[in-house]
Ligand binder design. Sequence first.
Ligand code: ATP
Length: 200
Amino acid sequence: MRLKSLDIQGFKSFPDRTRLDFNDGITAVIGPNGSGKSNIADAIRWVLGEQSTRTLRGGKMEDVIFGGTQTRKPLGMASVTLNIDNADRALAGMDAGEVSITRRLYRTGDSEYRINGAQVRLKDITELFLDTGLGRDGYSIIGQGRVAEIVSARSKERREIFEEAAGIAKFRYRKTEAERRLTLAEENLLRLRDILSELE
Ligand code: ATP
Protein backbone atom coordinates (compact mmCIF):
# COMPACT_ATOMS: atom_id res chain seq x y z
CA MET A 1 0.00 0.00 0.00
CA ARG A 2 1.32 3.41 -0.93
CA LEU A 3 -0.12 6.92 -0.81
CA LYS A 4 -0.29 8.11 -4.43
CA SER A 5 -1.81 11.55 -4.19
CA LEU A 6 -3.92 13.93 -2.20
CA ASP A 7 -6.63 16.25 -3.52
CA ILE A 8 -7.50 19.18 -1.29
CA GLN A 9 -10.18 21.80 -1.86
CA GLY A 10 -11.49 24.30 0.67
CA PHE A 11 -9.51 22.69 3.50
CA LYS A 12 -7.72 25.12 5.85
CA SER A 13 -5.29 27.25 3.79
CA PHE A 14 -6.16 25.50 0.46
CA PRO A 15 -9.17 27.30 -1.07
CA ASP A 16 -8.37 26.13 -4.62
CA ARG A 17 -8.38 22.55 -5.77
CA THR A 18 -4.82 21.37 -5.13
CA ARG A 19 -3.30 18.01 -6.03
CA LEU A 20 -0.16 16.70 -4.35
CA ASP A 21 1.50 13.72 -6.02
CA PHE A 22 3.60 11.42 -3.85
CA ASN A 23 5.96 9.89 -6.38
CA ASP A 24 8.39 7.02 -5.77
CA GLY A 25 10.99 7.70 -3.10
CA ILE A 26 10.72 10.27 -0.37
CA THR A 27 8.48 13.31 -0.65
CA ALA A 28 9.42 16.34 1.43
CA VAL A 29 7.18 19.36 1.78
CA ILE A 30 9.12 22.55 2.35
CA GLY A 31 8.02 26.15 2.74
CA PRO A 32 8.14 29.21 4.98
CA ASN A 33 6.53 29.24 8.43
CA GLY A 34 2.75 29.34 8.23
CA SER A 35 2.64 28.40 4.53
CA GLY A 36 0.48 25.33 5.15
CA LYS A 37 2.88 22.37 5.48
CA SER A 38 1.23 21.00 8.61
CA ASN A 39 -2.20 21.57 7.05
CA ILE A 40 -1.28 18.84 4.53
CA ALA A 41 -0.68 16.32 7.34
CA ASP A 42 -3.92 17.54 8.95
CA ALA A 43 -5.73 16.88 5.65
CA ILE A 44 -4.47 13.26 5.64
CA ARG A 45 -5.51 12.79 9.28
CA TRP A 46 -8.89 14.34 8.58
CA VAL A 47 -9.72 12.24 5.52
CA LEU A 48 -8.87 9.12 7.54
CA GLY A 49 -11.63 10.08 9.96
CA GLU A 50 -9.95 12.17 12.65
CA GLN A 51 -12.65 13.51 14.99
CA SER A 52 -10.46 15.36 17.48
CA THR A 53 -10.39 19.09 16.77
CA ARG A 54 -7.43 19.37 19.14
CA THR A 55 -5.41 16.94 16.98
CA LEU A 56 -6.44 19.00 13.96
CA ARG A 57 -5.23 22.14 15.73
CA GLY A 58 -8.62 23.83 15.72
CA GLY A 59 -11.40 24.78 18.11
CA LYS A 60 -14.35 23.27 16.27
CA MET A 61 -14.64 21.00 13.25
CA GLU A 62 -15.87 23.88 11.05
CA ASP A 63 -12.41 25.46 11.46
CA VAL A 64 -11.05 23.05 8.83
CA ILE A 65 -13.10 24.84 6.14
CA PHE A 66 -11.23 27.68 4.43
CA GLY A 67 -12.12 30.68 6.55
CA GLY A 68 -11.22 33.42 4.07
CA THR A 69 -8.41 35.95 3.83
CA GLN A 70 -8.27 39.70 3.22
CA THR A 71 -8.74 39.04 -0.47
CA ARG A 72 -10.91 35.90 -0.53
CA LYS A 73 -14.29 35.05 0.90
CA PRO A 74 -14.70 32.04 3.21
CA LEU A 75 -15.83 28.84 1.52
CA GLY A 76 -18.81 26.68 2.41
CA MET A 77 -17.21 23.27 2.06
CA ALA A 78 -13.94 21.41 2.68
CA SER A 79 -13.15 18.34 0.63
CA VAL A 80 -10.13 16.02 0.82
CA THR A 81 -9.49 12.87 -1.24
CA LEU A 82 -6.63 10.49 -0.54
CA ASN A 83 -5.68 8.18 -3.40
CA ILE A 84 -3.98 4.96 -2.36
CA ASP A 85 -2.17 2.34 -4.44
CA ASN A 86 -3.64 -0.96 -3.27
CA ALA A 87 -1.87 -3.24 -5.80
CA ASP A 88 -0.71 -5.46 -2.90
CA ARG A 89 -4.32 -5.63 -1.59
CA ALA A 90 -3.11 -4.43 1.82
CA LEU A 91 -6.54 -2.90 2.30
CA ALA A 92 -8.35 -6.09 3.12
CA GLY A 93 -11.79 -6.35 1.61
CA MET A 94 -11.01 -3.96 -1.25
CA ASP A 95 -10.44 -5.86 -4.46
CA ALA A 96 -9.32 -2.74 -6.32
CA GLY A 97 -5.85 -1.69 -7.44
CA GLU A 98 -6.54 1.86 -6.38
CA VAL A 99 -8.63 3.07 -3.49
CA SER A 100 -9.73 6.64 -2.97
CA ILE A 101 -11.13 7.93 0.30
CA THR A 102 -13.05 11.20 0.39
CA ARG A 103 -14.34 13.27 3.28
CA ARG A 104 -16.43 16.44 2.89
CA LEU A 105 -17.72 18.87 5.45
CA TYR A 106 -20.22 21.65 4.76
CA ARG A 107 -20.64 24.75 6.91
CA THR A 108 -24.23 23.62 7.49
CA GLY A 109 -22.71 20.76 9.51
CA ASP A 110 -23.48 18.07 6.91
CA SER A 111 -20.64 15.72 6.18
CA GLU A 112 -19.96 12.74 3.99
CA TYR A 113 -17.41 9.96 3.54
CA ARG A 114 -16.80 8.07 0.32
CA ILE A 115 -14.77 5.02 -0.67
CA ASN A 116 -14.14 4.87 -4.43
CA GLY A 117 -17.02 7.28 -4.96
CA ALA A 118 -19.63 5.32 -3.01
CA GLN A 119 -21.05 6.99 0.09
CA VAL A 120 -20.08 5.14 3.28
CA ARG A 121 -20.13 5.64 7.06
CA LEU A 122 -17.15 6.77 9.14
CA LYS A 123 -17.20 3.25 10.61
CA ASP A 124 -16.45 1.79 7.15
CA ILE A 125 -13.37 4.01 6.78
CA THR A 126 -12.18 3.10 10.30
CA GLU A 127 -12.60 -0.62 9.59
CA LEU A 128 -10.89 -0.39 6.19
CA PHE A 129 -7.67 0.89 7.76
CA LEU A 130 -7.65 -1.28 10.91
CA ASP A 131 -4.25 -2.90 11.42
CA THR A 132 -2.70 -1.17 8.41
CA GLY A 133 -1.00 1.42 10.63
CA LEU A 134 -2.51 4.21 8.53
CA GLY A 135 -5.92 4.74 10.15
CA ARG A 136 -7.01 7.48 12.51
CA ASP A 137 -5.29 5.76 15.42
CA GLY A 138 -2.42 4.42 13.31
CA TYR A 139 1.25 5.11 13.83
CA SER A 140 2.10 6.24 10.28
CA ILE A 141 1.64 9.91 11.06
CA ILE A 142 4.03 11.00 13.76
CA GLY A 143 3.25 14.56 14.73
CA GLN A 144 5.50 16.96 16.58
CA GLY A 145 5.79 15.83 20.20
CA ARG A 146 4.34 12.37 19.44
CA VAL A 147 7.63 10.55 20.15
CA ALA A 148 7.85 12.12 23.61
CA GLU A 149 4.16 11.27 24.10
CA ILE A 150 4.77 7.59 23.27
CA VAL A 151 7.74 7.40 25.63
CA SER A 152 5.78 8.92 28.50
CA ALA A 153 2.46 7.19 27.63
CA ARG A 154 0.77 4.98 30.16
CA SER A 155 1.30 1.27 29.57
CA LYS A 156 -2.31 0.81 28.33
CA GLU A 157 -1.85 3.48 25.62
CA ARG A 158 1.55 2.12 24.63
CA ARG A 159 0.06 -1.35 24.39
CA GLU A 160 -2.59 -0.02 21.95
CA ILE A 161 0.19 1.23 19.65
CA PHE A 162 1.90 -2.19 19.73
CA GLU A 163 -1.42 -3.94 19.12
CA GLU A 164 -2.03 -1.86 15.99
CA ALA A 165 1.52 -2.61 14.78
CA ALA A 166 1.10 -6.32 15.51
CA GLY A 167 -2.14 -6.40 13.52
CA ILE A 168 -4.42 -7.40 16.38
CA ALA A 169 -6.15 -4.07 16.95
CA LYS A 170 -9.06 -5.18 14.79
CA PHE A 171 -9.89 -7.99 17.21
CA ARG A 172 -10.11 -5.54 20.13
CA TYR A 173 -12.25 -3.25 17.93
CA ARG A 174 -14.59 -6.11 17.01
CA LYS A 175 -14.79 -7.24 20.65
CA THR A 176 -15.80 -3.73 21.74
CA GLU A 177 -18.37 -3.58 18.90
CA ALA A 178 -19.80 -6.99 19.88
CA GLU A 179 -20.01 -5.95 23.54
CA ARG A 180 -21.82 -2.75 22.56
CA ARG A 181 -24.35 -4.70 20.49
CA LEU A 182 -24.79 -7.23 23.30
CA THR A 183 -25.57 -4.43 25.76
CA LEU A 184 -28.11 -3.00 23.31
CA ALA A 185 -29.72 -6.42 22.85
CA GLU A 186 -29.90 -6.91 26.63
CA GLU A 187 -31.58 -3.52 27.03
CA ASN A 188 -34.11 -4.42 24.33
CA LEU A 189 -34.75 -7.76 26.00
CA LEU A 190 -35.36 -6.04 29.32
CA ARG A 191 -37.86 -3.68 27.68
CA LEU A 192 -39.61 -6.62 25.98
CA ARG A 193 -39.86 -8.47 29.30
CA ASP A 194 -41.42 -5.36 30.88
CA ILE A 195 -44.00 -5.14 28.09
CA LEU A 196 -44.71 -8.87 28.34
CA SER A 197 -45.26 -8.73 32.10
CA GLU A 198 -47.64 -5.78 31.61
CA LEU A 199 -49.63 -7.79 29.05
CA GLU A 200 -49.80 -10.91 31.17
P1 ATP B 1 5.26 26.05 10.49
O1 ATP B 1 6.45 25.86 9.61
O2 ATP B 1 5.33 27.35 11.26
O3 ATP B 1 4.88 24.88 11.33
P2 ATP B 1 3.29 25.41 8.45
O4 ATP B 1 3.83 25.61 7.07
O5 ATP B 1 3.22 24.02 8.95
O6 ATP B 1 4.02 26.35 9.48
P3 ATP B 1 0.47 25.48 8.87
O7 ATP B 1 0.39 25.39 10.35
O8 ATP B 1 0.19 24.25 8.07
O9 ATP B 1 1.86 26.10 8.43
O10 ATP B 1 -0.53 26.59 8.30
C1 ATP B 1 -0.91 27.69 9.06
C2 ATP B 1 -1.67 28.64 8.15
O11 ATP B 1 -2.90 28.03 7.78
C3 ATP B 1 -1.96 29.92 8.87
O12 ATP B 1 -1.60 30.98 8.02
C4 ATP B 1 -3.46 29.90 9.04
O13 ATP B 1 -4.03 31.17 8.93
C5 ATP B 1 -3.90 29.03 7.89
N1 ATP B 1 -5.19 28.39 8.16
C6 ATP B 1 -5.47 27.45 9.07
N2 ATP B 1 -6.80 27.15 9.06
C7 ATP B 1 -7.35 27.94 8.10
C8 ATP B 1 -8.67 28.11 7.61
N3 ATP B 1 -9.72 27.41 8.07
N4 ATP B 1 -8.86 29.01 6.63
C9 ATP B 1 -7.83 29.73 6.12
N5 ATP B 1 -6.57 29.61 6.53
C10 ATP B 1 -6.32 28.73 7.51
